[in-house]
Design a protein around this ligand. Structure first.
Ligand SMILES: NC(=O)c1ccc[n+]([C@@H]2O[C@H](COP(=O)([O-])OP(=O)(O)OC[C@H]3O[C@@H](n4cnc5c(N)ncnc54)[C@H](OP(=O)(O)O)[C@@H]3O)[C@@H](O)[C@H]2O)c1
Length: 333
């Protein structure tokens, strides 16, 4: 059934950066799609760590992006801009967006959307794009992960880490993760990690060497940086790749460049949000081709933690910051 978008909607906004308490429900204008865009009546919006960092004032939206938080949504297409196939109207989609998700309506580029197949619940659909696009690009395109390789992923129960474990397993990788508790380690193994190391009670470098019988891993997907980098390099096999996707432990690292040279390491990293529309569209096409069949057949589902009503976005952020969650938190407008 067609939905006519109203003029105004509820959205989560904040006047000044700060703690979760700065998040407010506001009435704002419903945006209108520009050429190439469509308007989604949001069923669910994913919550990601970058939202928390943006709220704290440390991750400003890129030029042109909505100042409203939220990098992924699911829902019904209720309006299309010029150049967008009218057949998309009324379809259920999930979308990677560069902002605006924490709202009743959200603009997305049509070529950054994926169709929601039967059997994929709308809360699950909203929980896929940000982690799937990030993990796919960083594991396979930057990190050149290949079937049969063993990799190390920190944050094994995070949104990103759970996706890396599941995707890795589906694509023939052996995934070792680190987590901050035994309970999280057990959850990570259930989710798809081959091994989980409690980094608070065990030296992960020694554990990785033991698991790989001294060979080391082909790739480290790192969201910690700081003093982890030198330790990560000690986990790498020759020709290993180190992929940085966050610097939660500090942006500076001291590493031995002789080790990089003699063991032929590659150091790379990326952030998804500021990438060009064209880049994200190509990534969406690749994911539609390579991964979406697995979503369609039910082989890949996000790990869901908790659903919060949109107006309780602050509670959702508190839960994420407390590190209590396993998998994805989503908001329901
Ligand atoms: N580059 C990109 O394009 C991109 C895109 C999306 C997200 N990210 C980043 O990826 C990270 C995960 O995002 P998310 O949304 O999945 O967040 P999340 O669910 O909140 O996960 C954060 C994870 O970081 C781990 N962690 C934090 N400090 C750590 C430390 N010192 N040692 C080991 N682990 C530590 C936590 O592990 P424990 O709870 O087990 O301690 C937790 O699992 C965030 O830093 C986010 O900014 C990057």
């Amino acid at each position: 059934m067609a939905v006519n978008p109203p003029a105004a909607m509820r959205a989560i906004t904040f006047a000044e950066p700060g703690g979760p308490e700065v998040l407010r429900v506001s009435e704002v204008a419903v945006p209108r799609p520009d050429p190439g865009q469509l308007l989604v009546k949001v069923a669910f919006a994913g919550v990601n760590r970058p939202d928390v960092i943006q709220r704290q004032g440390n991750y400003p939206p890129p030029p042109g992006a909505s100042p409203i938080l939220g990098l992924e949504v699911s829902g019904q297409v209720v309006a299309v801009g010029e150049g967008v196939e009218p057949e998309l109207l009324n379809q259920q989609v999930c979308a990677l967006v560069s902002g605006g998700g924490y709202a009743e309506y959200c603009l997305a580029r049509a070529d950054h959307c994926l169709p929601v197949p039967e059997g994929l619940a709308p809360d699950q659909a909203a929980a896929l794009p940000e982690t799937l696009f990030t993990v796919w690009h960083n594991l396979f395109e930057r990190g050149w992960a290949c079937e049969g390789e063993t990799i190390l992923v920190h944050g094994g129960t995070s949104g990103i880490g759970t996706m890396a474990a599941m995707l890795g397993r589906l694509f023939g990788l052996t995934v070792i993760v680190t987590c901050g508790s035994d309970q999280k380690c057990a959850a990570a193994v259930e989710i798809g990690a081959a091994h989980a190391i409690n980094y608070r009670s065990t030296d992960f470098v020694e554990a990785v060497q033991a698991i790989t019988e001294g060979r080391g891993v082909a790739l480290v997907l790192d969201m910690v940086a700081g003093d982890y980098v030198a330790r990560n390099l000690k986990c790498l096999a020759e020709d290993g790749r180190h992929v940085t996707i966050a610097v939660q432990g500090g942006a500076r690292a001291e590493i031995n460049m002789a080790q990089v040279m003699t063991r032929r390491y590659s150091l790379t990293g990326s952030t998804l949000r500021p990438r060009s529309d064209d880049f994200k569209a190509v990534l969406a096409q690749e994911i539609a081709r390579e991964v979406w069949p697995l979503v369609q057949e039910g082989a890949l589902r996000p790990v869901m933690d908790q659903v919060f009503p949109l107006e309780e976005a602050a509670s959702a952020h508190r839960r994420m910051e407390a590190g209590e969650h396993i998998g994805k938190i989503v908001l329901r407008p």
